[in-house]
Write a protein of this length. Sequence first.
Length: 406
Amino acid sequence: MRVAMPDVQPELPAKRDAGGAGASAGSSNDLPTTLEGIRREIDAIDRDLITLLNRRASMSVQVASVKRTNDAPTYQPGREQEVISNAQTASAGPLTDRHIRTIWSEILSASRDLQRSLKIAYLGPANTFSHRAAEVAARVRFGTFVEYVPCRNFNEVFALTERGVTDLGVVPVENSVEGSVGGSLDLFVESPLQICSEIRLQITHHLVGHGPHEQALRVYSHPQALGQCRAWLARNIPNAQAVETSSTASAAERAAADPDGVGIATEGAAVQAGVPVLVRSIQDHAHNTTRFVVLGKSYGAPTGNDRTAILFVTQHRPGALHEVLRQLAERGLNLTNIESRPSRRGGDLWEYYFFVDFDGHPGEPLVHEAIEAMRGASMTLKVLGSWPIQTRIDETPPAVRPVREP
């Protein structure tokens, strides 16, 4: 249901000269030249900005009322992308598009917070890599005003987000060393959630415990972390028993309670558990990176630089997979990732789901055409989402601090 909102055009304040009086728009010669004059002009502009920002915030509260009436979600990525794009188009500089995105992301975050706090579910407890990925997602995409909700497992992340208890969820899907994270991929098959963003996080593992680590009898951590440090463990504590935990944060807690044990965890988890870091950066590969995806009820509009994820099942006949994938190649669409997982549907024991990422957005005619052709060539096909391609990797961990569970 579309609701017409009144077209309110705020009156922009007139430009001031150095003394604060109104002045007509002109060249840079109209700008004050003394430090005192410049500061007076900045203070006056700030007063105008806060007036306009508060007026905008009042409109956001009105939007919240309309959303509640129509049962619309607080976070709508398509609309927020449109707002940021409009601001970037309207800007004549010197602010760059990156500056505009950062400023408007915080404005939108504050507006959302007036409507309802944005909640992000992640695999807990606090100070796990999933927690850090959620923080990076918020910093890059959603702004400061976010509440983080730790979950016991991937199923809970999906369930809370599907039921609307949280607005978004963050789960890992692939590691550059250990490959796909099957536990999260499998949940996409039945879930209605859509991928709306991606975060690539460089993973740095530390050995934590009471030490000395050479005498450790047990090493605790999540299976992915144990696998990513396998060679280091074999060289340095080959006789220690590997004990799997639900998260790297719980590994630090187990190590804190076991004088003969050590854990593989983040520095933040070590601080939270009250144990020192014994050895830093024990991962086998220096550029160990994990892809996390952000889940929501919908994905955003095309940006011109997007990536799309689908899953499909093919028939059991020669060339069936080729028949599906050639629809991308024939249209010049770049395939960036392919994974397979057992279907677990109880029918054919050797039936597989294929998970595919490729460049483009379903809202683009060529991509839409390719998806429909792939659908026709497969037994079933589902679009999992689309998101703006992020080339940056967050390599700098945030400042270490204890985190209290909500």
